[in-house]
Design a protein. Structure first.
Length: 115
């Protein structure tokens, strides 16, 4: 009797698994894409606010613990490198946290800041 229940249980799992896979594969494309955002969906302003805004006050428009970033004369390469590597004792490095696209989105946001 125990063997029969085990076989039925295993058979039920085997039958259920392909149905679950089929249901996942039949999702409309827009739902499948919503789960994995593209590089164009990266919001530099939101990333800045949640990661950098604590030190760079008023969205980077005013100095706080970190310098004011609006109107900076630093190059995009310098800013991106500073985000990646940080500054010892002053700013944490985010190179292992953010993708290159995310770093460039933050740089792009900084470039939109007006004084």
């Amino acid at each position: 009797m125990r063997i029969t229940k085990s076989i039925i249980l295993i058979a039920g799992i085997t039958v259920a698994s392909p149905l679950g896979v089929a249901a996942q594969q039949s999702q409309p494309p827009d739902q499948a894409q919503a789960a994995s955002p593209s590089q164009n969906d990266i919001d530099g302003q939101t990333m800045f606010a949640t990661s950098c805004g604590f030190c760079h006050q008023d969205g980077g428009r005013a100095a706080g613990r970190g310098p004011k970033l609006a109107g900076t004369t630093r190059s995009d390469d310098f800013i991106a490198d500073r985000v990646r590597k940080g500054k010892p004792g002053v700013m944490p490095a985010y190179g292992s946290v953010f993708s290159e696209s995310q770093i460039m989105a933050i740089v792009g946001y900084i470039r939109t800041l007006e004084e």
